[in-house]
Write a protein that binds this ligand. Sequence first.
Ligand SMILES: *Cc1c(COP(=O)(O)O)cnc(C)c1O
Length: 462
Amino acid sequence: MKYVSTRGQAPELGFEDVLLTGLARDGGLYVPAEIPQLSADEIRSFHDMPYEEVALRVMKPFVCPEISESDFADIIAKAYSTFRHKDIAPLVQLDKNQWILELFHGPTLAFKDVALQLLGHLFDHVLTKQGRKVTIVGATSGDTGSAAIECVRGRDCAEIFMLHPKGLVSDVQRKQMTTVMSANVHNIAVDGNFDDCQAMVKALFNDLAFRDEITLSAVNSINWARVMAQIVYYFTSAVALGAPDKQVSYSVPTGNFGDIYAGYMAQQMGLPIKQLIVATNRNDILTRVLTTGDYAIGEVSPTISPSMDIQVSSNFERLLYNLYDGNGSEVRRLMANLSQSHIFTIDGPELVKAQQIFDAVQVSEQDTEATIKAIFEQTGMLIDPHTAVGVKAASLKNTDTATPMVTLSTAHPAKFPEAVAKVTGQHPALPAHMADLFDRVEKYDRLDHDLDALKSYIRENL
Ligand SMILES: *Cc1c(COP(=O)(O)O)cnc(C)c1O
């Protein structure tokens, strides 16, 4: 498979280089040059297959033969051996036609493990083969950080620097990152919000000299391999609910547009997805762009679903590429508008197309809390606030109650215990492997929101 940049001015790359590069050199994101198609028969054959086997079949066109099929099968097996549930991503029924897809059974209790556990082993494989080492720099609104650290801790092939907005991630999220004592792990608390952190990381990538100096690499959701890994659970869940002979709908709590974009890819590959609902909290840039066409950056406002508290939704650029039929100069024009005036507008046929693919809705804090409470009262289940945003969005936007509706459950409730306890009176317990989290020692440094300070810090610590 060849990969091209959404902005059309970076060299085409193969899978291994796309994996290691992250952001393209023209500032764009890598996307596959063509979308592989799975036949209805092949999709039907996924029924009752183990998750790992479906993963191999869905991802192989993106990866093999650059990585051999047998090596890739080993990588997948290792990646998912750390999950606590044998189904990896189990479906749980809420009521007649409503389901939750639990994506939080990995080591750090959020769905990001599904992609990042795979990425860690892919990095290891490719870098060992090439005899190279990389420096990973990332920004996190909470969950990416711990999942990324967990994917490379203790490995020789990578040094990781993780930026989080100081005071704006939950205690559980911070401790999951800062209590990892491996020498190759560097946590940095930045004075600023998540978008500031993400902008610093993007600026590092755009500094080509520095980028080459430290062999910079990314595990943010701008990395194609992450989107790719997330396509898999749309297939496993839809097939469990009757696909390809029945349609299935999804509601996806969304921030950086990575998880929902993976759903769109699954649909493009042949999975009969009826509705794809973009569920946002009050940081609703995605709901606004999909309803009005204006992608206008506003102020970030903290919510009880902090992993979605962002206003710059990086993976949306991948959708632009699809909406404009792969026209890199159109994507460049829009992204230039964005960096000059903090807004771009899609209209005409592209907006219509986007609205045919996605429904979108903003869920208020009150509705999020009420949903956590209602689900607990109706089913006895505790759901986390991100999942609750998805469940509420599903009920607001569902156009056909005869089609199964799956909400992606992106975090374990114990990751956000205060929000859950406040409305249910129940304090969700951490799983056994993390029960002593609050007794572990933390280690991290603080930096100003300043690019030069970050560069010096990285140089000093390499
Ligand atoms: C990262 C995250 C999201 C948002 O995922 P995107 O791929 O950025 O849309 C939602 N919920 C939780 C718990 C997360 O960690």
